[in-house]
Design a protein around this ligand. Structure first.
Ligand code: MG
Length: 423
């Protein structure tokens, strides 16, 4: 009988403390999804430790308020966690969430998320394991992804969808009329109405959307997953009407048919339509989800990892949703770094109740700055098998992509009479 093998106890007994937090803001060039301007400012956090070779990366991207997130990390959270053991990620999450008494909100949550993800990255690196192994290992080989196409009309949507189908995508979000348009090009704009911002009139599209679905089904049959994003912009009854009218075309799901303020309508949706619902892009606290999850009033959990505070709260919420037959469909837009993207895909392959992963089209420069980020092949995402989140960050190259100071106006959304409307 050979000598017994023991794990090296160094990891759990040696002293290891957090010594500092670095913050990086990046803004990559526009891609075909973001034609107007390079608005997707990304924020990445690096947590350093007393061992120079042990550090972690996290995503803290709140593209529209990134300086506020930076200030929260630098002035408040960094002094709080320096000197603590980075391996105690649950305790540190609680410390960061509760030590300001008032908790929650996208600024604080993103600040916490950057550090929380980095602590999980550190834990994986110390263990020599990819993060998905820390959460029970793989339940699937890769994560089914969906990408987005726009079009001013059905023909344009069809043409763009053909391109993604050709690339192997199995699920596509097909959007008619983009998410918004330049307000000064709206023909019915009243004289004197402010010209800043954008305009989107989804009611005008209501009749066209089922026709687009019919054309998509004619061309692609039932094999292709097709979904549509209402982006919380319709009145609940219009949204419900669309959900019912789309039933014959079997949408993969309807994305965010209700704004956070209208969630009680979910019960009406469930009673009225068989169209599946993904909900939660704008949520910032797990308790916003729980009342609706425990009644199984939606099908896909669509929250944004960093907006909810990182990996620690998402593991809890995903497990809770599993009990109610709800799958995950994490929000995966360009205003989320590939570090956050890696965290999502590690969760996707580990969680039994994974559903589908939004994966925004990205420019090649992003993959050069964040080497080891998940790769999209034939419609599936594969996480790195390297330790932790598996990302190697090129800090020097990242300096070539500094953020613009100017805030985007695409969420300043007006109707033709000039009134502001929630985006
Ligand atoms: Mg959406």
């Amino acid at each position: 009988m050979g000598a017994a093998r023991f794990f090296k106890p160094l990891i759990m007994t040696s002293s290891l403390t957090i010594t500092g937090v670095d913050i990086f803001h990046l803004q990559f060039p526009p891609n075909h999804f973001v034609q107007r301007e390079a608005w997707a400012r990304q924020t990445v956090v690096r947590v350093r430790t007393s061992d120079p070779e042990v550090f972690g990366l996290g995503c803290a991207t709140f593209t529209y308020r990134y300086r506020a997130v930076e200030s929260t990390i630098r002035e408040h959270l960094t002094p709080l966690i320096i000197g603590h053991d980075p391996r105690n990620s649950t305790e540190l999450f609680q410390l960061m969430r509760y030590s300001g008494y008032w908790r929650n909100g996208p600024i604080l949550n993103n600040a916490i998320s950057g550090i929380d993800m980095a602590l999980w990255d550190i834990k994986g690196k110390l263990a020599g394991l990819p993060c998905y192994q820390l959460w029970g290992g793989k339940t699937r080989v890769a994560a089914l992804a969906y990408q987005h196409v726009n079009g001013d009309n059905t023909d344009e949507v069809l043409e763009n969808a053909r391109r993604l189908v050709g690339q192997g995508l199995k699920v596509i979000r097909c959007q008619l009329g983009h998410y918004s348009g330049p307000i000064d090009q709206i023909p019915q704009r009243l004289e004197g109405a402010p010209a800043n911002g954008t305009c989107y009139l989804p009611e005008q599209r209501l009749a066209q959307i089922p026709q687009m679905f019919a054309a998509l089904r004619r061309e692609f049959g039932e094999e292709l997953g097709i979904l549509y994003d209402i982006h919380e912009r319709l009145d609940p009854m219009d949204s419900l009407r669309l959900a019912k009218e789309l039933e014959p075309y079997h949408p993969y799901f309807l994305e965010d048919p209700l704004a956070p303020e209208q969630m009680d309508w979910l019960r009406t949706f469930r009673a009225q339509t068989a169209t599946k619902i993904a909900i939660g892009e704008l949520f910032t606290h797990p308790l916003e989800i729980v009342p609706y999850a425990k009644e199984s009033l939606f099908d896909y959990l669509r929250v944004h990892l960093s907006m909810m505070g990182g990996i620690t709260p998402m593991l809890q919420l995903a497990h809770l949703c599993e009990s109610f037959g709800i799958r995950t469909a994490w929000h995966g837009p360009p205003d989320l770094s590939l570090v956050g993207g890696a965290a999502m895909v590690h969760l996707d392959v580990a969680l039994p109740n994974f559903g589908v992963q939004e994966w925004a089209a990205r420019v090649p420069e992003e993959y050069e700055v964040f080497r080891g980020a998940p790769s999209l092949k034939e419609g599936y995402l594969y996480p790195s098998d390297g330790p932790g989140l598996g990302i190697v960050f090129d800090e020097t190259l990242a300096q070539q992509f500094p953020p613009e100071g100017k805030d985007s106006e695409w969420l300043v959304m007006r109707r033709p009479d000039g009134s502001l409307t929630p985006p």
